[in-house]
Design a protein around this ligand. Structure first.
Ligand SMILES: Nc1ncnc2c1ncn2[C@@H]1O[C@H](COP(=O)(O)OP(=O)(O)OP(=O)(O)O)[C@@H](O)[C@H]1O
Ligand SMILES: C[C@@](O)(CCO)CC(=O)[O-]
Ligand SMILES: [Mg+2]
Length: 449
């Protein structure tokens, strides 16, 4: 983490030049969604589908603007509308000797939202009725007052995803990581990223840890009670085994460097749902039926650990693959018993079972959203084409993606011409976003923390 000038709260070295872009990946949970919230381990990997966010100076210097076309939402505030005084009591501002002058607040704010600040921010959000809009704006204003300050000029934040939003692939966490990284850059708390796509990171950097801790709070604004797995993957990338610990003990995140090349089909049911509702539903079940639901959570725990053992074997051979598919099938059944499947997800599963292409489970919070099918090896191209055509004819959408990619990234927009060319708002669709700014199609534009 860099040390900002205490007067301006801006880092003098490596100061970011506006405009710029940041980006973070979505994720797929292989085992352990929902049980992860209740302290069990889960396994997830970063997707090549990502969220992109641009920061530019607002036309009017005292206006902060959000432009979120994927959810049909835009909003403006005046810089002076933000509750800076309330924020100052809890804000973490590193002093120039590099120590946190409010370290108690830092450790508190790094895993809990500050209730006084939440109520001070409520007034800025009163006119927003739609929960989708509300949660995205809430995450933004919470981070903005904590990470930025009243002396900074107004900026415009535009976000676009190549991920389906609210469909189980971690769109909220990838937005949370984009917000945390962009605000940390303009607040002068971190330096622009410098690692190229092929450089390996031996240990987490303080800058990525800073982004990670604030993205967790943004996820809290969106989800209520996240385990932290989604924003950890969106921030650090790769594949992980993750376990949330009891409060005050940090979560355990074990990078899985030899993640086997899984052949997955991703199917979006297009059934809308909110992770916040599904997490609350499972928590209610846990408190109504602690013993029965506890046994289900324990079974998912064993499945995840069995899956982990198979995945870290030096050879992910045919025997490992067939055991792995059994685990996928069992994990889905247990999620059904927790009440988080949906008729559309069951239709995807039925379709894949009938076509005998592999084993299917819901991924992410369920209730709609996406399913993953771990495909059998020997499937021909025409079998796969027919299967995808059948899923599409039933109203679903299939995705091709690769697993285990990079975490949060940064792309400077040096020339004025870049600003028009990379105007996220104007880009037509996922394909155009990917081909114009995408990390996959343009790896040389991007650096990573
Ligand atoms: N591109 C985006 N633009 C604006 N807001 C977004 C975007 N992506 C995600 N969000 C915010 O995140 C919310 C969706 O988060 P939610 O956790 O319900 O689904 P998810 O993250 O896609 O799935 P899961 O949590 O199961 O992986 C949206 O309602 C919106 O508030
Ligand atoms: C449902 C859940 O387990 C995964 C959502 O992607 C919630 C979480 O872990 O935060
Ligand atoms: Mg989410």
């Amino acid at each position: 983490m860099t040390v900002p000038d205490p007067k301006t709260n801006q880092n003098q070295n490596n100061k970011v030049q506006v405009p710029f872009l940041v980006s973070a990946p979505g994720k797929v949970i292989i085992f352990g969604e929902h049980s992860a919230v209740h302290g069990k381990p889960a396994i997830a990997a970063a997707l090549s589908l990502r969220t992109y966010l641009s920061v530019s100076k607002s036309e009017s210097p005292d206006t902060v603007s959000l432009i979120f076309p994927d959810i049909n939402f835009s909003k403006q505030w005046k810089v002076s509308d933000f509750p800076w005084e309330a924020a100052a009591k809890y804000q973490v501002i590193p002093s120039n000797d590099g120590k946190l002058n409010n370290s108690a607040a830092f450790s508190k704010s790094s895993d809990e939202l500050v209730p006084e600040l939440v109520s001070a921010l409520a007034e800025m959000l009163v006119t927003i009725d739609d929960p989708t809009h509300y949660s995205a704006a809430y995450a933004f204003v919470y981070l903005y007052v904590n990470i930025c300050n009243s002396k900074m000029p107004g900026y415009t934040f535009t976000a676009r995803s190549t991920l389906p939003v609210g469909a189980g692939l971690g769109s909220s966490a990838s937005l949370a990581v984009c917000l945390a990284s962009s605000l940390a850059l303009i607040g002068g708390h971190i330096a622009p990223a410098s690692l190229s796509i092929n450089e390996l990171v031996a240990t987490d950097s303080p800058d990525s840890d800073f982004i990670h801790s604030w993205s967790f709070l943004a996820e809290k604004c969106i989800h209520g009670n996240p385990s932290g797995i989604d924003n950890a993957v969106a921030c650090y990338g790769g594949a992980v085994m993750f376990q949330r610990m009891k409060s005050s003990v940090p979560s355990v995140r074990t990078a899985m460097r030899n993640f086997p090349p899984l052949k997955l089909l991703l199917t979006n049911t297009k059934q809308p749902r909110r992770t916040a509702d599904l997490v609350a539903k499972v928590s209610a079940l846990v408190s109504d039926f602690p013993k029965s639901s506890g046994v289900i959570m324990d079974a998912i725990d064993y499945i995840t650990r069995e899956g982990y053992k198979l995945m870290i074997r030096p050879f992910f051979d045919n025997e490992a693959k067939s055991r792995f598919r059994e685990l996928i099938r069992m994990n889905h059944g247990l999620l059904v018993s927790l009440g988080v499947s949906h008729p559309t997800l069951e239709r995807v599963k039925l379709c894949c079972d009938e076509l005998e292409i592999g084993d299917t489970k819901l991924t992410g919070a369920g209730g709609g959203g996406c399913a993953i099918t771990l495909l059998r090896d020997e499937l021909s191209e025409s079998t796969m084409k027919n299967a995808e055509a059948r899923l599409v004819s039933e109203g679903f959408e299939t995705f091709e993606t690769t697993l285990g990619g990079k975490g949060v990234g940064y792309c400077p927009l040096d020339k004025a011409a870049d600003v028009d060319k990379f105007d996220l708002f104007r880009l037509e669709d996922r394909e155009e976003i990917e081909s114009t700014v995408g990390v996959g199609a343009n790896p040389n534009f991007w650096s990573f923390w």
